[in-house]
Design a protein around this ligand. Structure first.
Ligand SMILES: [Zn+2]
Length: 221
C-alpha cells in the first residue's frame, strides 16, 4: 500500500499545479488532466473525470496503480488515464504529467502547425515539440498515438492536434513549468508570425541562434 504521508503531500502538490494552471488560464472547466507518480508504490495520483482544475481536493483526487487498478473512489476515472499510465510505464524518468487544453498551443496544433521552439528558453528546456495527429478514426489521441513519440527520452513536451498539450518531468514543478512554456511559446510565435506577415517579412529575415552552449562555443572560437 502507498504511504499515506506521501499521498497527502503529492495530492497537495497536484492541487497547487492545478490551481496554477487554472489561474494562468491554461485550463478552464474539467478538461485536461495532471498526475504525479508515487515513490512508495507503483501508483500515481490523478484528477478524476468531471472535476475542474480549480476544484481538486484531497478527497476527489484518485490513486491508480500502474497496472490500471483504481483505489476505491466515487469518481469516474479520466479519459486520459490510459495515456498517463502508459507514459509512466515506458519512461521511468517521468514522475509527473501536466496535460492542458491551453488555447494558443492548441490553436497551433489544430491548424496542423508545429509550434516552433523559437526562444532561448524553449530551445534549452524543450528542444523539440512534436505535433501528434488525431487517432486514425478522427478521435482523440490515446496512448497508441502518444507513447511512440515519448519513447525518445529527449521528448519532454508535445502538442496534440485539436486537443491540447503534454508536459512531462522528473518533478511536478518541472512538468507544470513546461505546460506554461509551451503555451507562452505558442503565444510568442503567434505574435512573431502575425508581425512578420504584416511587415512583409519572410523566414529569411529571422535571427538565427542556438543554445547558450552553442553561443559560448562560437564566442570562444
Ligand atoms: Zn485532454
Amino acid at each position: 500500500m502507498p504511504d499515506q504521508n506521501e499521498i497527502d503531500a503529492k495530492k497537495d502538490a497536484l492541487i497547487w499545479a492545478a490551481k496554477r494552471s487554472f489561474d494562468l488560464r491554461l485550463q478552464t472547466t474539467a478538461g485536461g488532466n495532471l498526475s504525479v507518480r508515487l515513490s512508495s508504490a507503483d501508483a500515481i495520483v490523478i484528477k478524476p473525470s468531471g472535476v475542474g482544475f480549480n476544484e481538486c481536493t484531497r478527497d476527489n483526487l484518485q490513486i491508480v496503480h500502474l497496472d490500471g487498478t483504481l483505489e476505491p473512489s466515487p469518481f469516474k476515472p479520466s479519459k486520459d488515464l490510459d495515456f498517463h499510465l502508459d507514459l509512466y510505464r515506458i519512461r521511468p524518468d517521468i514522475n509527473a504529467i501536466v496535460h492542458c487544453h491551453s488555447p494558443w498551443a492548441t490553436g497551433y496544433a489544430s491548424a496542423g502547425i508545429e509550434i516552433p521552439c523559437l526562444t532561448v528558453q524553449t530551445i534549452e528546456k524543450i528542444g523539440r515539440m512534436p505535433l501528434i495527429p488525431l487517432s486514425p478514426n478522427g478521435g482523440p489521441q490515446t496512448e497508441v498515438e502518444i507513447s511512440p513519440y515519448f519513447k525518445d527520452p529527449k521528448v519532454v513536451a508535445a502538442v496534440l492536434a485539436n486537443h491540447g498539450t503534454i508536459g512531462v518531468g522528473s518533478t511536478l514543478t518541472k512538468a507544470q513549468y513546461l505546460a506554461e512554456i509551451i503555451e507562452e511559446t505558442a503565444h510568442i510565435a503567434f505574435v512573431r508570425d502575425t508581425l512578420m506577415a504584416a511587415h512583409g517579412r519572410t523566414a529569411a529575415d529571422l535571427p538565427n541562434f542556438g543554445t547558450a552552449k552553442d553561443a559560448k562555443a562560437a564566442s570562444s572560437q
